[in-house]
Design a protein around this ligand. Structure first.
Ligand SMILES: [Zn+2]
Length: 994
C-alpha cells in the first residue's frame, strides 16, 4: 500500500483547524459590554461590581499595565436556543500560547459569587444547559491587564516589570464577547480526533496500530460534511469508536494524572496579583470538580490557601467543600514551594511546620509528600527535615532541566547528609504543566528510567507558572486514554495514593546520596543581593527574638509574642519562594521585598530589645547578650554577662608597602594595593595564603548568559576577568585597615579588621554597584591541598570535590553555602564565613614548586537585566571572615558568630541561659516557647560536625518532663537529658512547664 501518512496528517490538521473546531460553537450573538477602570490597585469585589460603567466595544484597546478593569457583559438568550447548552465566550484579547503570562479575569454573578476564571486556554463561562429562551444574562469580569514580560523574543530588558515604570499604554484588544451555543457532539469529535491524531504520531510506523488509527481517522473525516459539520459529527464519531475502544497492553505505563496549576507565588507579577491568580484558578478548579466526577486536583503552598481565605472568602468556601470531599487535595505541606538551597536550618524546618499545621488546622489533612516541582535544586539537609516534619515522600521534575548530565532514575531513594532516605519521584513527563498531549504521554512512558522494576509515574496536569489549571479538554483526553491501545494508561488520583502505590511496587529503589544539584540557574545564588541579605538577617533576627523572648518569658513573665512571631515567620517563609529569594522576579517584587525585610527587621529588633531590657533589669552598668550557640568572650551561649573588655590587643603597624596587623594568634600583611599577601598562623607557624598570591582580591567578570539572565551564569564567564588591584586609598583604622577602590562606574569601600584574641581576618565590604552584566567575586587563594571542601547546609554540611574529574563535578562550577565553606589538610584548615552570601566556587591549581593552591571565591554581585533591568544597582554590604587554623567545628562557630553579633544593653542583671549543652559539637538552633501557647519550652539541636557525640543538656528552669518531638512540636515519646546523636542528627525536645 502507498504510504499516505503525511497526506492524512495534513488533512486532519486543516479540517480540525478550519472546519471542526469552529463548529464547536455554531451560533452566537454579541453581548453588550461596559467597563469601569479602577484608578490604581485592585478594589474589593463589591466595589468593583457597583462602580459606574461606560461602554466599550470589541476591537477596542483596554488595560494599562497592571491595571484592573471591571467589565459587565449582558444579553438575552435567543428563543431559538431553548433546550440547548449556552455559554458565554469572553476573550479579553488572549494569546493562546501563553496562559498565565498575560491578561486574565475572574467572572462574578451580580451577587458577587464567583463563577470561574478566564485565561487564554479557558475563556468560556457556563450560562445554562438546557437554556431557556429569553433568559437574561448578566456577568461581571474583574479583568487584570498584566503585561507580557516573557515575550516571543524572551529575556529582553523591559520596564513593564514595575507599576512605577510601566507607563499607561493599553496592553490588550477586547476580542470576542458573545453568547454561543455549544455543540457537545462536535466538541467530543475534536477530543476524539486530538487524542487519536496525537497518539498516532507517537506510534512506530512499522506497527499495525498506527495504521489502524490512520484508516479510522480517514473514514471519520470522510464522514464529515464540511458544509454541515454539526449534522455529521455523530457519524464521524461512530467511525472512531472502534479504535478508541481497544484496550491498553498489559505492560502499558501507568500514569497518575494529578490536576494541578503550578502558581508561582510571585514571579513576573507582584505578590498581590498572585492572590487573584490563585482565586481565578481555584474558582475554575472547583467548578471543574463539580462537572467531572473522576477528576482530582492538588494545590500546594499553604500561603495560597491563606490568601484565598483572607481575600476571596467566597472562593474559599468552595475550596473547603471540595477538600472535605477529598478531591481538592492540599499538597506538599510547606508554607510555599520555597528554594531549598538557601533557606537556613530553622527556616527550612518552619516551611514544613507552618505549611503542615495550616492544612491540619483548616482541613484536618496531614501531608506526607513534599511537593516542589519547580525548585532550583535540593540541599542534602532536606531529607532529614522532611522526615522530622512527619513526611516521607518528595516530588520534583526540575532536575530534568540540568544542562549536562541526565539523572539516572525517576523513582529512587534520596539520602541526605545524616543518612535519612526519602522515597523520591521525578515525573518522567518532564513538566509540571502537562496538558494531556499525546506527545507528553508518550514521552513520559518512553523516558521512564525504571522500566522493568516499576511501571508508574505521576503527571501534574494543568496550566501552571501563572496559573490556569486543568481544563475540561484535558479531562476529556485523559478519559479517552484511560485504557487505550498504544497509550500509557491515564488515571486521576491523589499524590499520596500515587506514592503509596509506587512505593509498594518498588520497595527497594536505587539510592542517590547527597544534594540534587540543578545544573542550571546557578546565578540565583547571587542575583538580587539585597533580597538575599534580607533573608539571612531575618532568619537570625528571628532566632534572637525567639531566644530572648522565651528566656524573658520564663525568667520574668515577659509576654511571649506568639502572634507576631507567627506572622513574621510566615512573611520570611513567603519570601523564600523559588522566584523571590533566588532573585528571579520582576523589579516590583524585589523592591517590595526590600521594604518588607526592613519592616521585619524593625519589628524583630523591637521584640529583641524589649526582651533583653526585661532580662537585664534596671541596675547600673550594661550587659552583653550572646545569641550564638557557643560561648563567646566570657559570655555563655544563649545568656548575658556584664559588659567589659575581654582582653587581648591588635597592633596595626605601617610596613614598607602597606600595613601589618597582628594579635596573639595571627599576623596579617595588607599591601599598598589593599590586598592580603600573608595571613600567618603564629601557633601552627604556617602561612595561609598561597605564595605569590593575594587574598581579598575582587574579581569582575563579564556575565551575559545565553538565556535566563537573572537565573543563569554560564561557564564561559570565567574566560575573562578583571582583577581590581588598584586602590584609591589604603589607611589604618582601629584594629585594621580601610581600603577604597573605584572601577567602572562603581566604588568599593572595605574595612579589614583583625579582632583582638581572634584567629580571623574580617572583611567588611560596601559596594556602590553601577555595572551591568558583570559578576563580582571576592577571592582567597589558599595554600591548602584538599580533595574536597565542606559547605554548610541545613543542619550540617555537604562535601564537594575541588576537582572536575567527571562531568557531574565540572557542572557544579557555582554552588551554595550557608554561613561557611571549610577546607583542610589533616590537622590544619581554613574557613571562609559570611553574613549574607550564598554563591561561591572552589578551584585548584598546582604551582611550579608542586604545591597546591585552592582558591575560594565568594560571589558578591551580579547585574543581569532581565527580568529586572536594574538588578542589584546601588549600595550593598557584605561581611566575610577568613578563619585560620580552623577545624570544621571552628567554621560552625565562626559562621554563627558573624551572623549573630553580640548586643550590649543597659542593665545590671547577668542572664543564665535557659539551656546549656556540655559539648560544642551539639548546636542549639532554636530555643522558643511551644507554638500551642502552653508555655512549654522547645529546644532544637543537632550534631554539627558530622561525628557521633554524647552530651548532656542542662536546663536552668523548673520543668515537669521532657519529650522528644517532631518539628511540629508533637510528642513522640519520653526523652532524657543525656543525649547521643548520630552525625548531623537533628532532635526537637519539649520541656513541660511546671
Ligand atoms: Zn515556579
Amino acid at each position: 500500500m502507498h504510504d499516505d501518512r503525511k497526506l492524512l496528517e495534513s488533512r486532519l490538521k486543516r479540517v480540525l483547524d478550519e472546519r471542526i473546531r469552529p463548529a464547536v460553537y455554531p451560533e452566537s450573538v454579541p453581548l453588550q459590554v461596559e467597563v469601569w477602570v479602577a484608578p490604581d490597585e485592585p478594589v474589593p469585589v463589591a466595589e468593583g461590581i457597583a462602580a459606574p460603567r461606560s461602554p466599550i466595544a470589541v476591537g477596542e484597546r483596554w488595560g494599562r499595565p497592571w491595571g484592573t478593569s471591571w467589565l459587565t457583559v449582558s444579553g438575552t438568550v435567543p428563543d431559538a436556543w431553548a433546550g440547548r447548552t449556552v455559554e458565554a465566550i469572553l476573550d479579553l484579547g488572549f494569546d493562546r500560547n501563553m496562559p498565565g503570562f498575560q491578561c486574565e479575569g475572574l467572572v462574578y454573578r451580580p451577587d458577587g459569587s464567583p463563577v470561574k476564571g478566564l485565561n487564554p486556554c479557558n475563556s468560556w463561562v457556563p450560562v445554562a444547559s438546557p437554556a431557556r429562551g429569553g433568559e437574561e444574562v448578566l456577568l461581571h469580569v474583574e479583568a487584570a491587564s498584566n503585561p507580557v514580560i516573557l515575550d516571543y523574543h524572551p529575556f529582553l530588558p523591559t520596564d513593564l516589570g514595575d507599576k512605577d515604570t510601566a507607563g499607561d499604554e493599553p496592553q490588550y484588544t477586547l476580542a470576542r464577547m458573545d453568547l454561543a451555543v455549544l455543540d457537545e457532539e462536535v466538541w467530543n469529535l475534536v477530543m476524539d480526533l486530538e487524542v487519536l491524531g496525537e497518539l498516532m504520531a507517537e506510534l512506530p510506523v512499522e506497527g499495525a496500530r498506527r495504521w489502524e488509527i490512520a484508516r479510522a481517522i480517514e473514514r471519520a473525516l470522510d464522514a464529515v460534511d464540511l458544509q454541515d459539520v454539526n449534522g455529521t459529527a455523530a457519524a464521524a464519531r461512530e467511525r472512531l469508536a472502534g479504535v478508541l475502544a481497544t484496550p491498553a497492553e498489559p505492560s502499558a505505563h501507568r500514569l497518575t494524572a494529578v490536576g494541578h496549576a503550578h502558581i508561582d507565588s510571585a514571579w513576573l507579577w507582584p505578590l498581590r496579583e498572585t492572590v487573584r491568580k490563585v482565586a481565578r484558578t481555584t474558582a475554575n478548579m472547583t467548578a471543574l470538580l463539580e462537572q467531572e466526577p473522576g477528576f482530582v486536583y492538588a494545590m500546594s503552598q499553604a500561603q495560597q490557601y491563606a490568601w484565598i481565605k483572607e481575600h476571596r472568602p467566597e472562593v474559599y468556601e468552595r475550596v473547603k467543600k471540595a477538600v472535605s470531599e477529598g478531591r481538592f487535595v492540599p499538597a506538599g505541606g510547606m508554607w510555599v514551594e520555597s528554594d531549598t538551597n538557601m533557606p537556613g536550618s530553622e527556616a527550612m524546618a518552619r516551611q514544613f511546620v507552618h505549611g503542615k499545621r495550616f492544612f491540619l488546622q483548616e482541613f484536618g489533612v496531614e501531608n506526607e509528600e513534599a511537593w516542589l516541582p519547580d525548585t532550583f535544586g535540593f540541599a542534602a539537609g532536606l531529607p532529614q527535615i522532611i522526615k522530622e516534619a512527619g513526611s516521607r515522600w518528595l516530588l520534583t521534575q526540575k532536575i530534568s532541566w540540568s544542562q549536562v548530565n541526565t539523572f539516572p532514575h525517576h523513582t529512587f531513594s534520596w539520602e541526605g547528609i545524616d543518612g535519612t532516605r526519602i522515597f523520591t519521584h521525578f515525573p518522567p513527563v518532564d513538566t509540571y504543566n502537562c496538558s494531556m498531549k499525546g506527545s507528553e504521554i508518550a514521552h513520559a512512558a518512553r523516558n521512564f528510567k525504571d522500566k522493568g522494576v516499576a511501571g508508574s509515574s505521576l503527571a501534574p496536569t494543568g496550566w501552571g507558572d501563572g496559573g490556569g489549571g486543568t481544563t475540561r479538554e484535558m479531562v476529556a483526553k485523559a478519559a479517552r486514554m484511560r485504557d487505550l491501545e498504544g497509550s500509557a494508561r491515564v488515571e486521576w488520583d491523589r499524590p499520596a495514593a500515587f506514592f503509596a502505590r509506587a512505593q509498594a511496587e518498588y520497595p527497594d529503589p536505587p539510592v542517590w546520596v547527597g544534594e540534587l544539584y540543578l545544573e542550571l540557574h546557578r546565578g540565583t545564588l547571587t542575583s538580587q543581593a539585597r533580597t538575599k541579605r534580607g533573608n539571612r538577617r531575618s532568619e537570625h533576627l528571628l532566632h534572637e527574638a525567639e531566644l530572648w523572648a522565651a528566656t524573658a518569658a520564663v525568667r520574668t513573665g515577659f509576654p511571649y509574642p506568639y502572634a507576631d512571631l507567627d506572622r513574621i515567620w510566615k512573611t520570611v517563609l513567603l519570601h523564600q519562594f523559588h522566584d523571590i529569594l533566588p532573585g528571579s522576579s520582576i523589579a516590583w517584587v524585589h523592591r517590595e521585598a526590600e521594604l518588607t525585610y526592613a519592616a521585619v527587621a524593625a519589628e524583630l529588633e523591637a521584640i529583641i530589645d524589649a526582651a533583653q531590657r526585661a532580662l537585664a533589669g534596671d541596675g547600673p552598668g550594661s550587659v552583653t547578650f550572646n545569641a550564638a550557640p557557643h560561648a563567646r568572650r566570657g559570655v555563655p551561649a544563649g545568656g548575658a554577662a556584664p559588659a567589659g573588655s575581654r582582653g587581648g590587643a591588635t597592633t596595626v603597624t605601617p610596613a614598607e608597602d602597606g600595613y601589618v596587623l597582628a594579635n596573639d594568634l595571627i599576623r596579617v600583611t595588607v599591601d599598598g594595593r589593599g590586598l592580603v599577601t600573608s595571613v600567618y598562623d603564629l601557633a601552627a607557624e604556617r602561612e595561609a595564603i598561597a605564595p605569590g598570591q593575594a587574598a581579598n582580591l575582587l574579581q569582575v567578570h563579564p556575565d551575559f548568559p545565553n538565556m535566563w539572565d537573572a537565573w543563569d551564569v554560564d561557564r564561559f564567564y570565567r574566560n575573562t576577568v578583571t582583577d581590581l588591584t588598584d586602590a584609591d586609598e589604603v589607611s589604618p583604622v582601629p584594629d585594621g585597615v580601610a581600603v577604597l577602590r573605584s572601577f567602572g562606574s562603581s566604588k568599593v569601600r572595605q574595612r579589614l579588621v583583625l579582632p583582638p584574641g581572634a584567629a580571623r581576618l574580617e572583611i567588611h565590604t560596601e559596594v556602590d554597584w553601577h555595572e551591568t552584566e558583570k559578576f563580582m567575586k571576592l577571592a582567597f587563594p589558599l595554600d591548602v591541598h584538599a580533595e574536597r571542601y565542606a559547605a554548610e547546609t541545613q543542619y550540617g554540611h555537604v562535601f564537594r570535590p575541588t576537582h572536575t574529574n567527571t562531568s557531574w563535578e565540572a557542572a557544579k562550577f557555582e554552588a551554595c553555602n550557608h554561613r561557611f565553606v571549610h577546607l583542610e589538610e589533616p590537622g590544619w584548615g581554613l574557613a571562609l564565613v559570611n553574613d549574607s552570601t550564598y554563591g561561591h566556587d572552589v578551584t585548584r591549581t598546582v604551582r611550579a614548586d608542586g604545591g597546591t593552591t585552592t582558591t575560594v571565591r565568594a560571589s558578591l554581585l551580579r547585574a543581569p537585566r532581565f527580568p529586572d533591568p536594574q538588578t542589584d544597582q546601588g549600595t550593598h554590604r557584605f561581611s566575610h571572615a577568613l578563619v585560620v587554623g580552623a577545624a570544621v567545628g571552628d567554621a560552625v562557630r565562626e559562621g554563627y558568630a558573624i551572623n549573630l553579633p553580640e548586643r550590649t544593653v543597659p542593665g545590671g542583671n547577668p542572664v543564665e541561659p535557659l539551656v546549656t549543652v556540655d559539648d560544642d559539637a551539639v548546636v542549639i538552633t532554636a530555643v522558643k516557647l511551644a507554638d500551642d501557647g502552653s508555655g512549654d519550652v522547645v529546644v532544637r539541636l543537632y550534631e554539627s560536625r558530622g561525628g557521633r557525640v554524647r552530651a548532656r543538656l542542662t536546663p536552668s528552669f523548673p520543668f515537669d518532663g521532657v519529650t522528644e518531638c517532631d518539628l511540629l512540636e508533637r510528642p513522640r515519646g519520653e526523652a532524657g537529658l543525656d543525649l547521643r546523636l548520630r552525625p548531623f542528627q537533628l532532635r526537637t525536645l519539649r520541656f513541660s512547664i511546671v
